[in-house]
Design a protein around this ligand. Sequence first.
Ligand code: AMP
Length: 281
Amino acid sequence: MLLFTTAAELRAYAEAERCAGRRLGLVPTMGALHEGHLQLVRAAAAACEVVIVSIFVNPTQFNNPEDLRLYPRLPEQDAAALAPAGCTALFMPAVAEMYPQPTVLHFDFGPLERVMEGAHRPGHFNGVATVVSKLFHLARPHAAYFGQKDFQQVAVVRQLVADLSFDLELISYPTIREADGLAMSSRNARLTPTARAVAPLLHRVLAQAALRVQGGVGPAEVQQHALAALAQEPQFTPEYFEVADAQTLQPIMGYEAGRAVVLCVAAHLSGVRLIDNVVVD
Ligand code: AMP
């Protein structure tokens, strides 16, 4: 597995591999890798001869400086996990390498970013779109792999790819969970043992809400019930629970045949912000 820290190295490598006729897959991450990331790397390796994984804790997508400061960083452990999963090149740039000058570009994804993560984390998707665009330009992959754990991010990146005509296939994979249902997340490492013990409630609430949606209970009632269930656990501070159209991500008033629904939740637990979602077809 090759290791690059400069944009020029990555660009030259990817260019040479593309010219040699090989298929390139890109998996953008912020590191502290777990099974959720590694399934994306394995999927890329199954379909592409060249698998580029980026590890970059992107400061421009953090709206909370404390969250950025405390974000887990485990470069050696990550590098050791990547080669066996099929990664051929790891790109680990410094902040100054990705941002040699402050960016001034602004993305506006319209209604897509006025809800949920976009509404609660000002500037978040601007930072995501900036760094993802940079990575797409540097690596020019044939395929890019993302996790549905960040459901809204996939929708935003899909819009980005369409609007800027990136010539790549956007592929997303389902959320990988711990045995007790908690969605794997690099931030889970920051949970205290008592917080970790109650953390699976987030997924249980989603699963129960999904059953209610399937049973025809109205979106407002599903939302109210879910927020009340979360409030039962004093360690949780819910930020939002939305019943939304899985395509547009806009909150819905009722259900329509043939339109999938996504239930999305964000909550704080012992100072850690967790998100999760489930899709109801
Ligand atoms: P991150 O390092 O958190 O920025 O995540 C990098 C990529 O891995 C993103 O596309 C995430 O959606 C994806 N990912 C993170 N956690 C999971 C998970 N539990 N299951 C599936 N994909 C995930």
